[in-house]
Design a protein around this ligand. Structure first.
Ligand code: EPU
Length: 447
């Protein structure tokens, strides 16, 4: 047992209400977008999670002001932005640090950004972003001796661009929007990603004077001279991944949890799959309630970009499927390394095996970059979960954020006392996780 662990005594149905926190994957981008503004920005519903702390530290090192006034209310003032280099140590810890390209280039004309980090769930290159930056008239090259990308504007300001992503990318689409919203002229982004988090970012910018229109996978952005908050407070949406995680806590422990702060259509693909598996789901305005029906049935899941079943949900779902009747399948198509939890669940008695899903053209089919010569047997992207297993306690290691949620759900569903090592990785994306679980009746303690 190490410090930085949770001790969870599982086997108890979790019941009650969960108030969702603000979405991590909106907060991070809205904070960076705030540095494009001409005046201070007031945000609400920003979660106190470790990734936000890292990001705020980066903003401060660049010369910006970032202060929580009340619990989840944050003031960001980018007027002091003067440094063009993102801190190596902290910048390489979080994936979104490359989104600083937009405010740094817009405000200072140059940017030095370390190779981005984030969860190790695949190679996670940023080749699509770099490609897109070049079309916006930005010179950018990677310096392998320093580990930094060096970027500079070719002209005085960012010029509008037409760009079509070969394969959609969530943060790539957001970076394109940030670059275009104060560029000279009209930009058109094609094959853009569809995640609702992107639309919340668009809503935030449009409320402040930006001119961004989405028509499905095409986004048209007319560059404007100024973006101003005029002291209005923008409240960001609640976290879809958190909602799904607690829904699975309810189902996997045989409990009943009401989730407040999000409407059902935001996680429609999950609700469909849960109902298909036999879960009872009650949906009301801005809230939903999850409990088990008579029988939990095996399912087939293919992870897809929005509006499909999200990659972030498949780990916790795998835990649930260990309890279902029959054999379930999960085929991951977004990231090539999202099965680190399989070894951990096996420690609790789960019966899971990798198999080759027989994809004909993996280079085209998968959303990650298919590496030449890599075979599906060397890099398996699908698992079979044999259901109906009673999970017992064990010592589990967290390897990435969503794998952390997965082992936490498993420890709550398993009998006996489990140790979850790597609590701080879960803190990167889940606000007050142990308090929220305790309210639901979980026996959880942090050491
Ligand atoms: N990709 C490339 N090159 C690029 C960009 C993406 O190869 O230049 C690959 C990625 O490695 C991945 C696939 O394309 O295999 C899709 O990546 P995408 O860019 O869509 O994902 P992301 O922006 O890196 C965001 C979220 C993820 C979430 C995915 C899918 C943030 C900070 N991260 O990642 O969230 O799973 O979209 O919706 O918004 C998490 O919160 O735990 C998390 C990983």
């Amino acid at each position: 047992m190490t410090e930085d662990s949770f001790i969870v005594k599982g086997g108890k149905p979790l019941k009650g209400d969960v108030f969702l926190s603000g979405a991590k994957n909106v907060s991070l981008k809205v904070i960076i977008a705030s540095l494009l503004f001409d005046d201070p920005v007031y945000l609400d519903n920003i979660p106190h999670i470790a990734d936000i702390q890292e990001l705020l530290h980066l903003c401060k090192v660049l010369g910006c002001k970032a202060e929580f006034s009340q619990k989840n209310k944050l003031l960001i003032d980018g007027s002091g932005l003067k440094e063009s280099t993102v801190d190596l140590l902290h910048g390489s810890k979080i994936r979104v640090s490359f989104m600083f390209f937009a405010p740094l280039l817009q405000r200072l004309g140059k940017a030095q950004i370390p190779n981005p980090g984030g969860c190790r769930i695949g190679a996670r290159p940023i080749d699509r972003h770099i490609d897109m930056l070049k079309v916006f008239g930005i010179r950018v090259k990677y310096n392998s001796s320093t580990g930094f990308y060096d970027a500079a504007l070719k002209g005085k300001i960012i010029t509008a661009a037409n760009y079509s992503f070969d394969k959609p990318t969530h943060t790539g689409t957001e970076l394109a929007i940030l670059l275009a919203c104060r560029a000279r002229g009209e930009s058109v982004i094609k094959n853009a990603a569809l995640e609702p988090e992107i639309d919340d970012l668009i809503g935030f910018l449009n409320k402040s004077g930006a001119k961004i229109k989405r028509n499905g996978k095409t986004i048209v952005i007319s560059g404007v001279n100024a973006i101003e908050s005029k002291s209005r407070v923008y409240k960001i949406m609640c976290d879809r991944n958190e909602a799904v995680t607690y829904a699975i806590f309810a189902l996997a422990t045989g409990g009943d949890i009401r989730i407040l702060g999000l409407s059902g259509n935001m996680i429609a693909a999950f609700i469909d799959k849960a109902r298909g598996a036999g879960a009872k789901v009650k949906i009301q305005e801005n809230q939903m309630e999850f409990s088990l029906g008579k029988e939990l049935r095996a399912t087939k899941v293919l992870t897809e970009p929005h509006p499909g079943f999200m990659t972030d949900w498949q780990g916790p779902w795998a835990v649930l499927m260990t309890q279902a009747k029959g054999t379930s399948i999960i085929h991951e198509t977004i990231f090539e390394g999202r099965f680190s939890y399989v070894e951990e669940l096996a420690k609790l008695g789960a019966q899971i095996e990798f198999f080759d899903p027989g994809v004909k053209n993996p280079r085209k089919f998968y959303h990650f970059n298919w590496v030449h010569n890599q075979s599906l047997t060397e890099a398996p992207q699908a698992i079979k979960i044999y259901g109906g297993t009673k999970l017992h306690n064990g010592v589990l290691t967290v390897n990435d954020l969503r794998a952390g949620a997965t082992v936490l759900v498993a420890s709550a569903a398993a009998s006996g006392r489990s140790v979850v090592q790597g609590a701080s990785i879960i803190d990167r994306g889940y606000e007050n996780v142990e308090e929220k679980l305790k309210i639901l009746g979980a026996d959880i303690r942090r050491i």
